[in-house]
Design a protein around this ligand. Sequence first.
Ligand SMILES: NC(=O)c1ccc[n+]([C@@H]2O[C@H](COP(=O)([O-])OP(=O)(O)OC[C@H]3O[C@@H](n4cnc5c(N)ncnc54)[C@H](OP(=O)(O)O)[C@@H]3O)[C@@H](O)[C@H]2O)c1
Length: 241
Amino acid sequence: MVSQSSRTALVTGCSSGIGREAALRLHQAGLVVYATARRPGTLAGLAEAGIRVLALDVTDEASMVAAVQAISASHGQVDVLVNCAGFELAGAVEESPAAEVRRLFDTNVFGLARLTQLVVPGMRVQRYGRIINISSVFGRFAVPGGAYYAASKHAVAAFSEALRLELAGFGVRVVLVEPTAARTRLNVNTVWASDAADGHRLGRRRRSRPLRRVPPGPGPLARPDLRRAAAQYRRAARGVR
Ligand SMILES: NC(=O)c1ccc[n+]([C@@H]2O[C@H](COP(=O)([O-])OP(=O)(O)OC[C@H]3O[C@@H](n4cnc5c(N)ncnc54)[C@H](OP(=O)(O)O)[C@@H]3O)[C@@H](O)[C@H]2O)c1
């Protein structure tokens, strides 16, 4: 039997938040951890803690392949994959630019799925693996203004359910994590579709690239009722439908 200390974990989205914390906890638990981020400079603190770091952008096929190959070359296979990289797109369906919606799904869904494809063969052959997909409570329901984010997280939930059944006979377990509210950089990193006020990204992204405005359609825009959405969110978090 392979001891826990020789297990290898690959974690995405470790520049901040849940991914960073997961990398630290797995390292403390004795696993060989590869913390990854699309900006490797953000991983300096984890490297200082003795964690191996790699560049990995989940929307970049070459960087995913290179990261998995680098780990395989040193350790044979990835035993634990934590798919954490993701972001939130907020705004009405009608005003969310198609390019941002595609980027959301490329990151939250297709990146997670592709990385899973890359590690599953090794896990299946060795008959051991853990795939931990970070979805959201918004993988269970949706609120106005969160259609695309919730759709991406519903996709992660469905993907994980099917994958769990596919791999059940191979010693590979699939775990779906559905956080409610964790204090991370998710809100700062949220991309907002244009609205009447300014139509720019919040936080550090505001200065980088304003969103393209979508020409207004006929009639009043279906703007999210945020107060109602918040009440719905609180009820759902308490398990009330
Ligand atoms: N915090 C919450 O309340 C909450 C609730 C439910 C679900 N979640 C989910 O938890 C996961 C982690 O989010 P968080 O709360 O920890 O937020 P966070 O602090 O913003 O972390 C998100 C991470 O994803 C990375 N990322 C984004 N796009 C990427 C890409 N193309 N390739 C690689 N990495 C990328 C970010 O890197 P950069 O620094 O380069 O942007 C960052 O490291 C997300 O999937 C989120 O949807 C969070």
